[in-house]
Every structure is written in structure tokens, then in C-alpha cells.
Ligand binder design. Structure first.
Ligand SMILES: O=C(O)CCC(=O)C(=O)O
Length: 368
């Protein structure tokens, strides 16, 4: 037996204490060469990502997500682009946003500083490790790390962002430029979200939307930086399990490594990264708000053997203390209310009471 095999055999035994897993995948990988995925990350066969061409779940490689040109949305072609936006939200729940107002420099600095955050020592990252879901800053691992029976191959840094002056003093101070870069990015994505939301409301037929937009202006913003280290057996595990996003809209920035898959016509489709584009998706709140017209779609993340991957999701919605309900402007005799009212408290109670599973929460809000 080669020394590497011996080392692997030794490390593949389930002798890794639970507390080690809680320190994250990156820490696990740094402790020594990992030639096999520890049991704790191995999904039951039916939940593993599949690669076989015979498999009915196999990816349709030619399928492209709709691309929305933000500059065109603000120009004379707005009516056509709004129609295109409506189709994207109805049929895919996802689109790629190009030609937006955030510069390549700002996007690059954001992935760069988040990468440098994860590159730091465990001691530095551990300062922000907590299981308190309401903490303004939380560094963690997996999806729902204290509940998942099988862990995901992902570490994360979660930041509450709005109002910025309340949360900024809690954010990491290292790397030294972290606060400056992330605060700037948070402000720019918030602005982009508001302009996009105005267009989304218009695409739903809500044109007098000053009041609604004010609410969104004061709404919640949460940033989730995800780090997925290379994985020795990517077919056995996932970076993130199938889930939909709690919130109204998510603006996702990803590096050039593919990994995100969305469910489309019961198949998993890989989203091809477009440099400096945002992948935008409808969240549970927008599905509820649109009374089911726009769809909050399941998505998941694959990992790979060769490269680490980094993404930053900026999740936007109404203020945390708000009730989310179908817009009264979209409900009537012909289109009865299809979702019950909900709030952040009931969401937290729901996710704390069970292992998060697919679209459970949104399903639980549906009126029969
Ligand atoms: O990493 C990705 O591409 C997706 C991340 C994601 O789904 C999330 O943060 O909710």
C-alpha cells in the first residue's frame, strides 16, 4: 500500500470528531490530502448528482438561460424587454443580467476580497463562527449545519447588509479592505435590485408602484459568500442541495467555474457562467407576491475535482418585520389568493424545526 493510500485509509475512517466538521470543508481539506470524501458528506445514492447520459435526469447541455440586457431595459426597447423578463420569470425563474450598471472592477474586487477572506487562517474565520441564525455575521459550513445529517461541500460567510450603518461595524476587519469593498458592492447591488424590481412589478402589470418600491428600499439585504473547495469525489456529494431562495430576488455573482444547476422541465441544467453577468432568480417571496405567476425554482450546486469555486449571492426582500402576501393588485375573483400571508418569524420557526428539504417552506404557504 502506498503512503498516500495508507493516509487516505486512515482519514476515511469515521474517526473525525463532529467538532472538526463544524469548522468547515476548507479546514478539513487543509488538514492533509483528502483522497476520499468522508462518510459525513456522502449522499444517499438517489440524491447524488448524476453524470450518466442514460440517466433521465441528465442535463440538457444546449439549454441557455434567458439573457436580459439591462441597458436595453432602460431604453426605448423597454416594452419588449419587459415581456422577455416576464417570460423568463414565468418559465425559468432565472435569467442572466448583462450590461448592468455595476462595473467589472467592482465585481472583480468583490470576488477577490471574498476569496481572500476564505484564504485566511481558521483562527481568523472562526471569529465569526456561530450557529445563531440571526447573527449579523456568520461564518459556517454546509447548508443548515446543525441540522444536516449529510453535510454539503461548502463553507460560507453570511452578512446582513441593510441598513449598512447598523451592520458594517460587525463585519470582518480582515482582509483590511474587506469592509470598504463589500459595502460598496452591497450599495450598488441594492440599487440594481431596486431598478430591477421596478421593472419586475411593471412586468406584472403594477405600474403605480411608488409605495411598494419605498418598502423594498427599506427592505432586507443579506449577502452570502460561498466557497466550494475542490472535492476528491464530486459525484458523491453536493456543494448545496436542491433549494429555493427565501426572499424576493437573488443576484448571484459567480466566478468562471461552473457548478450552479437549476431545475428545468424536471431536468438539472447547468448555468454557464458569463463573465461579469449576474444570475438573477425569483425567490419564494416573489412567487408569493406574484400569486404564483413567477416561479421560485429549485437549484443546487455541484462541486468538482479540479478547482475551487466562489459565488456571492445577494438576497433582497421586504423588511424582516414585514408580512409577505400576494399583491392585492394581482388578486381578484378570477385569480383568487393562492398563498397564505407569511413573515420572517414563521420562516425561522419552520426551518429551525426540521431539516431543510427542497421547497418545503414555500409548499407550506400554499392555499389549497
Ligand atoms: O453558488 C451558487 O452558484 C449558488 C448559491 C446559492 O444557491 C445560494 O447561496 O443560495
Amino acid at each position: 500500500m502506498s503512503p498516500a493510500m495508507a493516509l487516505n485509509e486512515q482519514r476515511s475512517k469515521d474517526d473525525i470528531p463532529e467538532s472538526q466538521y463544524q469548522k468547515g470543508v476548507k479546514h478539513l481539506c487543509e488538514k492533509g490530502p483528502l483522497l476520499e470524501v468522508p462518510k459525513k458528506y456522502i449522499l444517499p445514492a438517489c440524491e447524488r448528482p448524476t453524470k450518466s447520459v442514460e440517466d433521465p435526469d441528465v442535463v440538457k447541455p444546449s439549454l441557455k438561460l434567458p439573457i436580459i440586457d439591462f441597458a436595453e431595459l432602460l431604453g426605448p426597447k423597454r416594452p419588449q424587454v419587459l415581456q422577455y423578463l416576464a417570460n423568463a420569470c414565468q418559465q425559468y425563474g432565472f435569467f442572466q443580467l448583462v450590461n448592468h450598471c455595476i462595473s467589472d472592477d467592482v465585481m472583480k474586487s468583490m470576488t477577490d476580497v471574498c476569496g481572500r477572506f476564505f484564504d485566511q487562517s481558521l483562527e481568523e474565520r472562526a471569529k465569526y463562527m456561530t450557529t445563531d441564525m440571526r447573527a449579523p455575521v456568520r461564518c459556517g459550513t454546509s447548508f443548515s449545519q446543525t441540522k444536516d445529517t449529510v453535510l454539503c461541500w461548502r463553507d460560507f460567510l453570511k452578512l446582513l447588509c441593510h441598513p449598512l450603518p447598523d451592520f458594517l461595524p460587525h463585519w470582518p476587519t480582515s482582509p483590511v479592505d474587506f469592509r470598504k469593498v463589500v459595502a460598496n458592492y452591497a450599495e450598488e447591488t441594492k440599487h440594481l435590485f431596486l431598478v430591477l424590481t421596478e421593472a419586475i412589478l411593471e412586468s406584472l402589470g403594477i405600474t403605480e408602484s411608488k409605495e411598494e418600491l419605498e418598502e423594498f428600499g427599506n427592505g432586507s439585504q443579506m449577502m452570502m459568500a460561498n466557497f466550494y473547495p475542490p472535492c476528491p469525489q464530486p459525484d458523491l456529494t453536493l456543494g448545496m442541495p436542491p433549494h429555493s431562495d427565501y426572499g424576493f430576488l437573488t443576484l448571484l455573482l459567480q466566478d468562471d467555474v461552473e457548478g450552479l444547476q437549476i431545475q428545468y422541465q424536471d431536468k438539472w441544467v447547468t448555468v454557464q457562467p458569463i463573465p461579469n453577468a449576474f444570475v438573477v432568480n425569483v425567490g419564494d417571496h416573489l412567487e408569493i407576491y406574484s400569486n404564483g405567476k413567477y416561479k421560485s425554482i429549485l437549484h443546487r450546486v455541484l462541486v468538482n475535482e479540479a478547482k475551487s469555486r466562489l459565488s456571492v449571492a445577494s438576497l433582497h426582500s421586504l423588511p424582516f418585520n414585514c408580512t409577505v402576501r400576494p399583491s392585492p393588485k394581482l388578486v381578484g375573483e378570477e385569480n383568487p389568493k393562492r398563498y397564505m400571508d407569511t413573515d420572517f418569524g414563521s420562516f425561522l420557526a419552520y426551518v429551525s424545526s426540521r431539516e431543510p428539504n427542497k421547497k418545503d417552506f414555500l409548499e407550506s404557504r400554499k392555499l389549497q
